[in-house]
Design a protein around this ligand. Structure first.
Ligand SMILES: Nc1ccn([C@@H]2O[C@H](COP(=O)(O)OP(=O)(O)OP(=O)(O)O)[C@@H](O)[C@H]2O)c(=O)n1
Ligand SMILES: C[C@](O)(CO)[C@H](O)COP(=O)(O)O
Length: 228
């Protein structure tokens, strides 16, 4: 199985509200992007990694990669787009592998064990995602009033990485042609009628989105470090 990875890292991190984009913030002495990359690119199935960056940040990312021992053969950079979906599409075009993992730069707590399970899950239909059962009750709200309570035992919170046959995901992105804006890649494949396998994720695989997530990230990191 030849597996490439796309790491979208061209976001601005507006909801985090820090002075630099969240993927460059240090978590216990190392930038989040580097922590994420170290786990994903070291997985034994991964042969190619592409980091998608903002145009004005490319030089900074390349020097960060070199500083942390990632040479340009192991990890390359491409310029992203305005939305995550466009950034992923740019990354996909730079890969030559049969399979692709798409993984947010800001989910540093992914493990090899979950990546392996995800890749196995994807073999059947060409598409698989990691997800965890939701813990809260979820309601639809319109103009400040509840319109519907969703059936919790059918709801899963979706994470990355997501794994696809690369040609399938490329086809799905081309079909969307920027007229459909999806919040994850699986949505594009689902809209082609392809079944997407759900593989149980890990609640610790959080996405750093707001300041509260940072507190949680520090706690997860401390716990993981004390267990090693
Ligand atoms: N145009 C974009 C937007 C997002 N991303 C990346 O997609 C991942 C998930 O996106 P999100 O958490 O929404 O990051 P931001 O867009 O940076 O956050 P915000 O919406 O708060 O600005 C991040 O690794 C982010 O860098 C990207 O590569 N290109
Ligand atoms: C892809 C994702 O991480 C799955 O949970 C999420 O949808 C990304 O959303 P964002 O608004 O781009 O952070």
């Amino acid at each position: 199985m030849s597996v490439g990875v796309v790491i979208p890292a061209a976001g601005k991190g507006k909801r985090m509200g820090a002075s630099v984009s969240k993927q460059f913030l240090d978590l216990y002495g190392e930038p989040i992007l580097i922590r994420t990359l170290r786990v994903v690119s070291d997985h034994p199935a991964v042969t190619q990694t592409v980091v998608v960056v903002g145009r004005e940040e490319r030089a900074r990312v390349e020097s960060l990669l070199a500083q942390h021992g990632f040479n340009s053969k192991r990890v390359q950079t491409v310029i992203g787009g305005k939305e995550r979906q466009q950034s992923v599409f740019e990354g996909l075009k730079a890969l030559s592998t049969r399979w692709v993992l798409v993984h947010d730069a800001v989910r540093p707590f992914i493990t090899h064990d979950r990546i392996t399970a995800l890749l196995t899950g994807a073999e059947e239909t060409g598409a698989a995602i990691l997800a965890v059962p939701v813990k809260d009750t979820i309601k639809e709200v319109e103009e400040g009033v509840v319109s519907r309570t969703l059936e919790r035992n059918r709801l899963w919170a979706v994470q990355t990485p997501q794994a696809f046959r690369r040609e399938l995901l490329l086809q799905a992105h081309r079909a969307a042609d920027q007229t459909v804006l999806a919040t994850d890649d699986a949505m594009l494949v689902e809209s082609m009628g392809v079944p997407v396998r759900v593989v149980e994720g890990d609640y610790a695989n959080i996405k750093l989105t707001t300041k509260e997530d940072w507190v949680l990230a520090e706690a997860i990191w401390r716990k993981r470090s004390s267990e090693q």
